[in-house]
Ligand binder design. Structure first.
Ligand code: GBH
Length: 531
C-alpha cells in the first residue's frame, strides 16, 4: 500500500473510532463529589498474589492442581507458584494500600492455607498467623480489612470428593468460615462469602475456562450453584446469629455482571437484554436479594421446559424447598458488584451453545460493538462507561434499593508505568459512577479498584496486567512501582472528585486499538516460548 493511502486509512480508523465514542461516557463532566462516608478501596485475591503455594503447610488448591497437571492451560505457560510473592511481601502490600490513601483493602483468604485438608479438624497455625500479620499491618495504617472467604481456590482434596457438586460442602464451607470468624472476627469488619460464583459454577463446572474445568455443562453448573447458594446462606446465618452482636460488621456476596444493552431497539432485543441479566447475575441475586427469593422464574421455566423436551426424568435445575427459599432470601447486608464491561444482546434464532448447557437453556446471543474503544490485553474488556451507570440503576431498582458496594472494576494492559489507557478507564467509570449516585440515586456505598498490583490473571498468566502498581515478576523481590493510574486513583480518593483535566469525550487513550491488537496478539505464543 502506498504511504498516503496507509495514512488515510489510519486517519479513518481514528476518526471513526472517536465519532462513535461521543455518548459512551455516561454523562458530561460534573462537579459532583463522592459522599463523605463513601468507601474507597482496592482488591486482590490470594491465589493471584500470594505464591508460596506449598509453604508452611499449605496444600494444593484446584488452581494449583489444574496448572500443575495441565501447564498449557495458561497462555504464557506460567503458574502461580510464586506470583507476586505476597506471602512474604505483605508489609509492602499494606504500605501500597496506604500510599493510595484508600479506606479499605479487600483480599481473600486461601482455604487450603488455613485448612490443608479442607476440613476443620486441623487448623494450620502458620496459615492463621500469616493473615493475622497482614490484618495487623493494615490496621497499623488505619486501613479496614475486607475478607473474601472464597475467591476460587478450593482445596484440591475437596475437589477429589466432588467439590461444589457435593452437598456436604455446605457444612465444610460453614466450618471453614467459622474458623475465620473465630480467628479474625474481632478485626475484620467486612466479609464477602463468594467472589463471582457464576465463574466458579458456569465456567469451572459447566465449562473449561476456570478451575476445575470439569465441562459437565447442563448439569454441573446447576448443582454447583445450588450447593453454593446454600453454603452462602449457611455462613450468613452463622455470622448473623453468633458473631454480629459480638464484633459488628457486615457480610455479603460479590457477583460479576456485565451490562446487557439491547442490540437494537426492538422489543425482542430488549427482552433478550433483560433475560440475560435475569438468568446470569439474577441466577445468584434473585435467591438472595429479591423480595420473593428462589431462582428467577424465567430460568426455572426455561430449564424445566428444555429438560422435559430432552427426555430427562426430572429438570436439570434442582429445586429449593420453601424452607430453603426462606433460608436463602435476604442473606446479605450489601450487594457486592464486580463490573468490567458491556455486551449487546439479541434472541437466538437457532440452538446456541452445547446441548445441554446453561447457554443453550437461555437461548440468547451476546456480541460487542467493534466501535467500543479498547486496547486491552483482555479482548473482552471494551470500555463502555454508560453500561456501568445503567447496571447500577438496574440493580438498585430490581433488588429494592439494596446497598451496593462495587467490589471490583478495572482495566488490563500489556504492562508499563505510563498506563494512559487505565487512567482514562478509571476516570470515565468514576464519572459514570458519580452520575449514577447523584442523578439516578443508585444506592452505591463503596468502590474498589481491581487490582492493587499486577498479578496472576488466571488463564492469561502474567500477560494481562490489571495493577495500579506494576510488579516486576523477573526481579527476585518482585519490585512494586506505582503506575500513573495509582496516582490518579489516590488523587480521586483524596479530592473525592474527578481530576480537573478530565474530559468525558476523550477516548483517545484507547485509539489505535484495531491497529495494535492484530500486531500484538500473535506475539503472545512467541512470548510464551521465550519465558
Ligand atoms: C474478576 O473476574 C475476578 O474476580 C478477578 O479474580 C480477575 O482477576 C479480574 O476480574 C480480572 O479478570 O466470560 O465471555 O464475559 C472478572 C469476570 C469473567 C469478566 C470472564 C470477563 C470473560 C469474558 N470476568 N469474562 S466472558
Amino acid at each position: 500500500m502506498e504511504t498516503y493511502k496507509l495514512l488515510l486509512f489510519l486517519a479513518a480508523v481514528i476518526i471513526e473510532g472517536n465519532a462513535a465514542m461521543i455518548n459512551l461516557a455516561g454523562g458530561p463532566k460534573s462537579n459532583y463529589t463522592f459522599p463523605k462516608n463513601f468507601l474507597f478501596g482496592v482488591s486482590t485475591a490470594a491465589a493471584q498474589i500470594e505464591g508460596a503455594w506449598n509453604e508452611d503447610g499449605k496444600s494444593e488448591s484446584i488452581w494449583d492442581h489444574l496448572i500443575h497437571t495441565n501447564p498449557s492451560f495458561v497462555k504464557d505457560g506460567s503458574n502461580a507458584d510464586v506470583a507476586a510473592d505476597s506471602y512474604h511481601l505483605y508489609k509492602r502490600d499494606a504500605e501500597m494500600v496506604h500510599e493510595l490513601a484508600v479506606d479499605i483493602y479487600r483480599f481473600s483468604i486461601s482455604w487450603p492455607r488455613v485448612l490443608p485438608t479442607g476440613l476443620a479438624n486441623y487448623v494450620n497455625p502458620l496459615g492463621i498467623q500469616y493473615y493475622k500479620n497482614l490484618i495487623d499491618e493494615l490496621i497499623k495504617y488505619n486501613i479496614t480489612p475486607m475478607v473474601t472467604i472464597y475467591h476460587w481456590d478450593l482445596p484440591q482434596k475437596l475437589q477429589d470428593i466432588g467439590g461444589w457438586t457435593n452437598a456436604h460442602i455446605v457444612d465444610y464451607f460453614t466450618d471453614y468460615a467459622k474458623v475465620l470468624f473465630d480467628n479474625f472476627g474481632d478485626k475484620v469488619k467486612y466479609w464477602v462469602t463468594f467472589n463471582e460464583p457464576m465463574q466458579t459454577c458456569l465456567e469451572g463446572y459447566g465449562g473449561t475456562y476456570r478451575a476445575p474445568a470439569l465441562n459437565r455443562h447442563g448439569v454441573a453448573e446447576y448443582l454447583c450453584t445450588h450447593n453454593l447458594l446454600k453454603a452462602h446462606a449457611s455462613v450468613y446465618h452463622l455470622f448473623d446469629t453468633n458473631y454480629r452482636s459480638l464484633n459488628g460488621g457486615k457480610i455479603g456476596m460479590s457477583l460479576d455482571s456485565n451490562w446487557a444493552e439491547p442490540k437494537t431497539n426492538t422489543p425482542s432485543d430488549r427482552e433478550a437484554a433483560e433475560l440475560y441479566l435475569r438468568t446470569h447475575v439474577g441466577w445468584y441475586a434473585h435467591p438472595v436479594y429479591s423480595a420473593e427469593g428462589n431462582y428467577p422464574p424465567e430460568l426455572i421455566k426455561l430449564v424445566d421446559e428444555k429438560s422435559r423436551l430432552q427426555n430427562y426424568t426430572r429438570s436439570r435445575l434442582p429445586k429449593f424447598t420453601p424452607e430453603e427459599v426462606a433460608f436463602i432470601k435476604g442473606t446479605a447486608d450489601f450487594f457486592g458488584l464486580n463490573h468490567y464491561t458491556t455486551y449487546l444482546l439479541s434472541m437466538a434464532d437457532k440452538e446456541v451453545g452445547a446441548i445441554p448447557s446453561h447457554e443453550n437453556d437461555v437461548g440468547i446471543v451476546r456480541v460487542q460493538d467493534p466501535k467500543w474503544p479498547s486496547r486491552s490485553s483482555s479482548s473482552w474488556l471494551k470500555v463502555v462507561p454508560f453500561g456501568f451507570r445503567r447496571l447500577l440503576k438496574w440493580i438498585t431498582k430490581t433488588y429494592n434499593n439494596v446497598p451496593i458496594i462495587v467490589t471490583e472494576n478495572g482495566y488490563a494492559d500489556f504492562s508499563g508505568i505510563d498506563d494512559a489507557a487505565r487512567v482514562s478507564y478509571y476516570s470515565h467509570y468514576l464519572n459514570a459512577l458519580l452520575h449514577a449516585i447523584h442523578e439516578d440515586h443508585s444506592n452505591v456505598h463503596g468502590y474498589f479498584a481491581w487490582s492493587l498490583m499486577d498479578n496472576f490473571e488466571w488463564d492469561d498468566g502474567y500477560v494481562s496486567r490489571f495493577g495500579l502498581y506494576l510488579v516486576d515478576f523477573k526481579s527476585p523481590n518482585k519490585t512494586r512501582t506505582a503506575k500513573h493510574s495509582a496516582k490518579l486513583y489516590a488523587s480521586v480518593v483524596t479530592s473525592r472528585g474527578l481530576p480537573p483535566d478530565y474530559d468525558p469525550e476523550d477516548f483517545t487513550a484507547f485509539s489505535g486499538a484495531s491497529l495494535l491488537m492484530p500486531t500484538v496478539l500473535p506475539l503472545i505464543p512467541l512470548y510464551r516460548l521465550m519465558v
